[in-house]
Design a protein around this ligand. Structure first.
Ligand code: ATP
Ligand code: MG
Length: 151
């Protein structure tokens, strides 16, 4: 199924508009709208949702979220970066596991089951894509999604 990725990203972002404005989060968005990929639209939408949900949930008020879509070496690269609480080094290896959440305090405050990233990882694998996450505690988190099935 051909997917106009920039359009899909915009559609998902629209659903976050109110939540972003409630937290006074500024969205910084640069999307290359010529990129068409092949894949399962609903699944890719879920991936974008899960990553954005985390960016929003783990960002304090008045921060920025950057969303960038560009074509790099014949791959579509979608970056979602936040300036939120970040992830401690010692948890990094486990956060993609099902039900893993960093600690009780942040868990209670933010809600969720710990499935979001496990689902992202699974869907990206099914699309021969890749998913990586880098983070600095107290500084923010950057998620990189690479889609290889470019049309
Ligand atoms: P769910 O997604 O099921 O609602 P969740 O958000 O806790 O629950 P994941 O999305 O799988 O679960 O994320 C796992 C854990 O990784 C989170 O609980 C959180 O501690 C950490 N994490 C994920 N994304 C971020 C982020 N952008 N900033 C800070 N911590 C993050
Ligand atoms: Mg989540």
């Amino acid at each position: 199924e051909p997917i106009a990725l920039a359009q899909l990203v915009s559609e998902v972002l629209e659903q976050y508009e109110i939540a972003f404005s409630k937290k006074k989060i500024n969205l910084n968005c640069i999307l290359d709208d010529a990129i068409i990929i092949s894949g399962d639209r609903d699944r890719i939408e879920q991936v974008i949702h899960n990553v954005l949900d985390n960016a929003l949930k783990f960002s304090p008020d008045n921060k920025q979220i950057h969303v960038t879509l560009s074509l790099i070496e014949k791959k579509a690269e979608l970056l979602i970066e936040d300036e939120g609480i970040g992830i401690p080094e010692e948890d990094m290896s486990q956060i993609m596991e099902r039900f893993y959440r960093v600690d009780k305090a942040r868990t209670r405050a933010s809600g969720g089951t710990g499935l979001g990233l496990a689902i992202v990882s699974e869907i990206m694998k099914k699309h021969q894509g890749s998913f990586s996450l880098t983070s600095k505690l107290g500084k923010g988190t950057k998620v990189k999604l690479l889609f290889v099935n470019i049309l």
